[in-house]
Write a protein that binds this ligand. Structure first.
Ligand SMILES: [Zn+2]
Length: 291
């Protein structure tokens, strides 16, 4: 029998029937706030689950955590589109990378879950945001989880790079998937926010009736965005003319990248996932527009 790459799952079952909820951290090995935030709650979770089953898997990629790196061989959060899954199914397991083998193990947990919250953080300082699909069921949870920014998948613009994450796979298999990007991965001060979001998620899914009373207050306003455009780099030496970070506000026709002529923003919106290295004719940044 081959040894499991995933750590043992913590499973907490409530006294009453209810949803199957899965919490994940450490899909990327160097995103420690989610790992620390989730493991810090583990001693309390068992006593609070009243309905259904809560499964906690952390850290998902133990080898990458040990190596203090995002992944060893392939990005574990880019293997989940139908195309990637078909490719994995067509490849002999002996040829799979470490993360592809992990994905095979994780797949059954994702397919069995009704709700999945996957905890991530960003490589650069960023405001916290939630990423999920744009349906009423997703919105009902996303707007109440306690972050002031939500980015939805655009149902009319299915980009491979934005549709191959774990939350996408959960949605393909009948569940509701959510990715929390809690802020900069080197900022441990985000941990209380992560833990508050976990409690609210458990409460919103009906898993626990008794969230602790020290939850962070809900933000007064929630900004919601849909990725709608992509901007290509005119050259590999392109120099940004705006703060090159997600959620930098931009206006239609505003110059974004130096050049002759400069690259202009197609619409009013915000930058989303801008690249730090440019290749001429390839993606420089997505643009998201407010809902
Ligand atoms: Zn991540």
């Amino acid at each position: 029998m081959t040894q499991s790459l995933l750590p043992p799952a913590h499973v907490f079952t409530g006294a009453h029937p209810g949803p199957r909820v899965l919490l994940l951290a450490g899909v990327h090995g160097d995103e420690t706030p989610g790992i620390d935030g989730l493991s810090g709650l583990l001693p309390q979770l068992g006593a609070t689950v009243t309905h259904g089953t809560l499964t906690v898997i952390t850290p998902v990629n133990r080898a990458a955590v040990a190596a203090q790196t995002r992944f060893l061989e392939s990005d574990l959060n880019r293997l989940w589109s139908a195309e990637q899954q078909a490719r994995l199914a067509d490849t002999p397991p002996s040829q799979h990378t470490h993360e592809e083998a992990l994905a095979r193990e994780l797949s059954a947990h994702l397919q069995a879950a009704d709700f999945v919250l996957d905890l991530h953080s960003t490589g650069q300082p960023s405001r916290p945001f939630l990423y999920c699909e744009h349906t009423p069921a997703h919105r009902a949870i996303a707007t109440q989880i306690g972050v002031s920014t939500i980015v939805y998948g655009n149902p009319d613009w299915r980009l491979p790079s934005l549709t191959s994450s774990i939350d996408n796979f959960v949605d393909q298999h009948g569940g509701l998937g959510f990715t929390l990007e809690s802020g900069w991965k080197s900022d441990p001060s985000t941990i209380p926010l992560i833990q508050s979001c976990i409690w609210r998620f458990l409460s919103l899914t009906g898993t626990t009736q008794t969230p602790p009373n020290h939850l962070r207050p809900l933000p007064e306003t929630v900004e919601q965005f849909l990725p709608t455009h992509e901007v290509q780099a005119p050259s590999s030496e392109a120099i940004p003319l705006v703060e090159w970070a997600s959620f930098t506000p931009i206006e239609a026709k505003q110059p974004l990248l130096r050049g002759s002529p400069p690259t202009l923003s197609p619409v009013n919106g915000v930058l989303l996932f801008p690249k730090s290295n440019f290749t001429a004719g390839h993606l420089a940044t997505y643009i998201a527009t407010p809902l």
